[in-house]
Ligand binder design. Sequence first.
Ligand code: CA
Length: 622
Amino acid sequence: MKSLTSRCAAALACFCLTTLSAWSDPLTINRVEPPHWWVGMQAQQLELMVHAPGIARARATLQYPGVTLLGKQVSDNPNYLWLQLRIQAHAQPGELKIALQHGQDTTVLRYKLERRDKGSAEREGFTSADVVLNLMPDRFANGDPSNDNQAGLGDPANRPSLQGRHGGDIAGIVQHLDHIAAMGYTAVWPTPLIENKQPAQSYHGYASTDNYRIDPRYGSNEDYRRMVQLARQKGLKVIQDTVPNHIGDHHWWMRDLPASDWLSNRNTYTPTNHARTTVSDPYASAADRQAFTGGWFATSMPDMNARNPRVANYLIQNAIWWAEYAGIAGFRVDTYGYSDAAFINTWTNRIRQEYPRLGIVGEEWTDNPAVQSYWARGRTQANGYRSHLPSVMDFVLQGQLLKALNEPESWNTGFRRLYESLANDQLVAHPQDLMLFDGNHDTPRLFSVLNEDPALTRMALAYVLTMKRTPQLYYGTEVLMTSPKKHDDFDAFRADFPGGWAGDTVNAFTGQGLTALQKDHQNWLRQLLNWRKTQGVIHHGKLMHFVPENGTYVMVRYNDTQRVMVVFNKNPSDTPVQLGRFSEVWPASAQATDVISGKGMQLGSVFQAPARSVTILQTTLR
Ligand code: CA
């Protein structure tokens, strides 16, 4: 089934010859995405994107028990064809042979349908019972120096440069899963591992150049899948960082865009106005709103036009493919609000239809509680929007926490600020599902923001880990890593984890070279994280807190049998706290345990909160 040029009679007009020869060239298929699929998925429809010069005119046929070809879609680029399949429940794993007739040529596209892992749909996501570790793979540990540079990917390793690649990889994460688990984390969120064939600053990973390929400088797709499996065996869930809003400008699509409206603004760079309030603001102009979601994040990050149904479907299937292939526990979704609001809700809903318990946390970088709560599931907004998103990054409370700890106490500052912020929880149906964090790859490091004050740092971490939230900590916090405080010095927030590179003189995995302060802090955090692992009262308990007084602030987590009291004291001296104020939730004369030291104590009517400290006391109701 080759070219039919020879079959063309010499008598035919030139026009006919040209047309026929162009039209009858054998198809060269460059890409089929998703690269394979599974039988037994909840959604029976699958749309394959096939890239081959001239393929749009091809006629497709398929014979396979339980699988039907519903139709095809084309765009204004003749080099793309979308095949719409229906995979019925009784279809068996195997290989589809899709015949693509192109003139008198027929090319057979072989496409695998695999069997799903047992229990895949019912897998557990991450919840308020977890503590998530956010790490940057390039900066965590270099487990395989031989993969640091890869021909054809550019941006060679350059460890001395903050903007260069440092060589960290999947092997490095795998080598230290035991450390992560022993610290007491139960979930890991690596920043994106997807291929970023960008010429510079590719280490950050948010500029995908192939949505189905792990960057070879981190390892292979199979290495990633194995990492997820190994992590699960050690009690660690893996959360995949994904970016439906944009791609990198060196993405393979950019050489032959699938349609003239594949990217926002007719494939033309137009910067976003970053006006995130326009999505929920009842007075916002539609043009401003479109300029927000349709604007590009940067010239190097073209914005996906998810209003095109082919784009939307592609992004949904891409996420489901990774969930099924790698067995992850959830997604962290970059720039959630920058996507078209209707699309991103469908995206989230379709994933949750396949995996009803899968965790999904969206990034909404705002200090406005109304903007943040707009995305949280369980409430209908004033404009009728009802989000499916289970979890939202809690930038609001994180910002207030750091401000509160850094400022002096007064009638409306310090702990009083923090106290009043919690009233915003009335705006969300499930506050425990909001993800509260000490920092992440985009923020200055906690210890530095708190002016390298170890006491304030413990207060912040104790707050994050006992609050009615799903907590997330940034790598390096365990050993008080520092960074500049300036808010846009991103590369400097992502320094190498000590001990992740051969020859490091300081090693946070072994303790070698750590200062006494760092060791003490790491032990304190390990103790707190491991205690938290088993505390249902922290995972799912209720919360009551009390108006701050005299530089102290008290909150109590409680359920039918357990009480946990968290006492913050900012004063430079020990401060008496009258326990009678808390009698609604704290029993008189309680026999309590300090959860860090493990020491038991008989409490009277007053607790002496040690100077500049946080104390976590637990008692069981009799
Ligand atoms: Ca490496």
